[in-house]
Design a protein around this ligand. Structure first.
Ligand code: ADP
Ligand code: GLC
Length: 499
């Protein structure tokens, strides 16, 4: 059989760890990008793939002093929109501990803002430009990717741009597009008045007709219509989004495209998330020596100014605080346990103010038991994974979820609702057979969560059983080495010419 040649892969997204992150999307781009570029034989190819990641050069990245240099041949590029010209250049950097190139799209007029996402009037233009910058950069470099892998709504217009504004360019004659849906809850919906300003006014016929009748269009739906292939981040979510309950208006279209839709569970970058090597925690430990975990628990309680008692289980939460994450279920369940039992709750999160205020109320009511940090703090996220005994993730929906997989590796059994990737990655603990890695419940109700917490506390008292539960989780393997090949197979299936 002839050797398969490495592929040319462009990955585009709005987030990338460690440069710009609000959630799991950023971690996936780092882990997948780094793994694809590894010079190892990751799919029988003689060398790593030629991977290039595209992400905006946000103000925070520019200010952080990340080592970059202007990419020769990719400076002063004009993207022409009907009513303005946007000029950008590429700052070239590398993924940490990797030789994979990151192309930062340097366009101060669009990305020199405080946050990654904004509610500014040019938000559509900011991300339309990102898609076009990927294409224009490839043109300047005369680098024709085999696959352009788009992620979420921010880069979902790229397939349509390729089919319209850039259809003339033979460089892309064999280029295929993949759109990965990390979260169907964010669709990038704008008024049709915006279409002209992003250069799609003349291509309305290519957009979803029902949306146009409502005088709106969505980046994500446009991507679902035009990408060659679609994927999402777990098998269960791939089926769920084709239903009325989870499809958020996209279900019919996704059903039509189901032959082109696959689910691939996210990988974990154990280079970043492993308690035996994690540089962000002061006490390392492993499945063979758990002494450091007990120390981490004490350190975490101390950090949150909570009295430490090895017998009192610490429940951890690290999350964007949005309705997706199911914290409304806490209201009629968690206070009962805080009142009755000797437990601790350590929360790291930011988001909708009513959730933040609720956790603050818990803290104010049980200051000896609850600690909260409102904000985003990478290092503290690692501490909570390591220092907690149990991780709470009662999501209403969860495309994949990374935190439950991190928890498994850190010996912190997760409590999850059985949905999306949570259903695919957490096996319920069975004390009789001593199998399973965590706890899960099906019904989206406070009662179901409360019953599960009850069940957790009963199992917590069985110290030997609990140790086995921890070990079961810590030895799970969700590495990119295991999950990544599914992406490579998908890319190859799209580009027979590259085989
Ligand atoms: P989602 O992408 O829906 O937010 P995931 O579980 O896939 O959920 O990924 C969440 C990622 O974001 C994890 O790496 C988690 O540690 C991180 N994270 C979420 N909230 C915070 C926060 N407030 N501070 C630090 N890291 C956070
Ligand atoms: C989204 C989802 C989360 C997933 C992440 C990375 O933000 O909410 O479930 O793990 O993307 O794919």
């Amino acid at each position: 059989m002839p050797a398969m040649r490495p592929m040319r892969l462009a990955l585009a997204a709005s987030e990338l760890t460690p440069f710009a992150k609000t959630g799991g999307l950023a971690d996936v781009l780092l882990g997948l990008g780094r793994w694809l570029g590894e010079p190892a034989e990751n799919d029988g190819a003689p060398a790593g793939h030629d991977v290039r990641l595209f992400v905006p050069y946000y103000q925070k990245i520019a200010a952080s002093g990340v080592p970059v240099e202007p990419l020769a041949g990719a400076q002063d590029i004009d993207v022409r929109f009907p009513d303005r010209v946007v000029r950008f250049g590429i700052q070239h950097g590398k993924l940490p501990q990797s030789d994979v190139s990151v192309y930062f799209v340097d366009c101060p007029e669009l990305y020199d803002r405080e946050g990654i996402y904004t509610s500014d009037s040019d938000e559509a233009l900011r991300f339309a430009t990102l898609s076009r910058a990927v294409i224009e950069t490839c043109q300047r470099l005369q680098w024709g990717p085999d696959v352009i892998h788009c992620n979420d709504w921010h880069t979902a217009l790229l397939p349509l741009y390729l089919r319209t504004l850039y259809a003339w360019d033979q460089l892309f004659a064999d280029t295929k597009t993949l759109l990965t849906i990390h979260n169907i809850g964010y669709q990038g919906v704008f008024n049709t008045a915006t279409l002209d300003s992003i250069g799609l006014g003349e291509h309305r016929a290519q957009l979803h007709h029902c949306d146009l009748q409502r005088e709106e269009f969505s980046f994500l739906k446009t991507g679902i219509l035009h990408a060659h292939k679609l994927s999402t981040v777990s098998l269960t979510y791939a089926s769920e989004i084709q239903t009325d309950e989870f499809g958020m208006g996209m279900q019919d279209l996704l059903k039509q495209r189901s032959a082109d839709l696959v689910g691939i569970v996210n990988g974990v970058d154990y280079g970043e998330w492993d308690p035996s090597t994690d540089p962000k925690i002061p006490h390392n430990y492993s499945v063979d020596d758990l002494a450091g975990k007990a120390k981490m628990k004490a350190a975490l309680c101390n950090r949150f100014h909570l009295p430490h008692d090895p017998r009192a289980p610490v429940f951890g939460v690290v999350s964007r605080l949005t309705s997706q994450k199911g914290f409304e279920l806490f209201a009629d369940s968690i206070p009962v346990y805080l009142q009755r039992d000797d437990i601790r709750l350590c929360v790291l999160g930011s988001g909708e103010s009513h959730h933040e205020e609720y956790f603050q109320w818990l803290r104010d009511t049980w200051p000896e038991k609850v600690g909260i940090y409102r904000g985003f703090q990478e290092e503290l996220a690692h501490w909570i994974e390591a220092g907690s005994d149990c991780f709470l993730m009662p999501s209403r929906f969860e495309p994949c979820g990374l935190n439950q997989m991190y928890s498994l590796r850190y010996g912190t059994p997760p409590v999850v609702r059985k949905t999306g990737g949570l259903a695919d990655t957490v096996e319920p603990w069975n004390p009789d057979t001593r199998t399973g890695t965590g706890f899960s419940f099906g019904e989206y109700s406070s009662q179901a969560l409360a019953d599960t917490v009850d069940w957790v506390l009963r199992n917590w008292r069985d110290r030997e059983g609990w140790q086995q539960l921890m070990r079961n989780g810590m030895t799970q393997d969700f590495s990119w080495e295991r999950q990544g090949p599914a992406y490579v197979r998908l890319y190859r299936s799209m580009t027979p010419a590259a085989v």
